[in-house]
Design a protein around this ligand. Sequence first.
Ligand SMILES: [Zn+2]
Length: 239
Amino acid sequence: MRVRKVVTTRAGGRSAGAFRSFNLSRGVGDDPSAVAANRGRLVRELGLSGAVFLQQVHGTRVETVRGPAPDPGAPDVAETDAVVTAEPGIGLAVLAADCVPVLLSDPRAGVIGAAHAGRVGAAAGVVPATLRAMVDLGARVEDVEVLLGPAVCGGCYEVPAEMRDEVGAALPGSGGRTRRGTPGLDIRAGLHRQLDVIGVRGVARDPRCTMEDPDLFSHRRERSTGRQAGVVWLDPSDG
Ligand SMILES: [Zn+2]
């Protein structure tokens, strides 16, 4: 089945101030009616029957959606950082503003997943957990295709040396140096290596850095800000 993956930007929404304008998070202090309008627009423009949003906590819990699509006013799935489904038409959304939105699909099996993978969740194994949940729905690891969405890049993501070493041990390939020569992390590089070791061959990386691209929300750049979404869905309109 045809799989679609998109990542939103700051443009095209109703939110004001620090959240200008297409903020999709309910958890950052934005006006709830603006967030509802933005989510409504997302669902309409993408032609979805609905979308699943998560109350993300940098953990490894994976929700399995067996349909139908939740009501737009329904609460976000509590304390969950990843979601999988085999139901066509439902958008799986993960929110990020420097963390990596990871969008996964097995087009052959018709199984998709989305994971919010920041430093903590990626090191804890949220992406392998998502893959396992997809396999439970009939996906095959060797058929899975992954998009690693926009995130803070290795050149920008400065952390204390001790943190770099800890995360680098849990997620090999993520530790390195920033452009300034200080200890840094490249979470997408670590996830790419992790997926390679698991046997996922179809990994694509969105090259954009959230900290450097003013069209994207960045927590590290702005502190109080909104969240963009990575969205994946099975398109029922074509086979
Ligand atoms: Zn950067």
